[in-house]
Design a protein around this ligand. Structure first.
Ligand SMILES: [Zn+2]
Length: 80
């Protein structure tokens, strides 16, 4: 017999289709929990995260600028 379908995650969030994400391996996860995990991680490692972000930006500045330019141009074209 297949295990009963879970309706709530281990933290009590309801597992609606909107709140359920799919993992690449085929599993399901609670989106609310994953958001909260990220928030918690951010709060606990604030300076580290900011440092990593700054480092990431420094390393990818050229590419990020290109993406921004691309987005800007596309928006301009859509306005016509
Ligand atoms: Zn949850």
């Amino acid at each position: 017999m297949a295990p009963p379908r879970k309706t709530h995650c281990i933290h009590g969030h309801e597992l609606t289709p909107e709140n359920t994400g799919r993992q690449s391996g085929g599993g399901r996860y609670c989106k609310r929990c994953s958001v909260e995990r990220v928030k918690e991680y951010y709060q606990r490692n604030r300076s580290k995260v900011l440092q990593q972000r700054a480092e990431h930006y420094r390393r990818n500045r050229e590419r990020l600028c290109a993406v921004e330019r691309e987005r800007y141009h596309r928006k301009k074209m859509e306005a016509f």
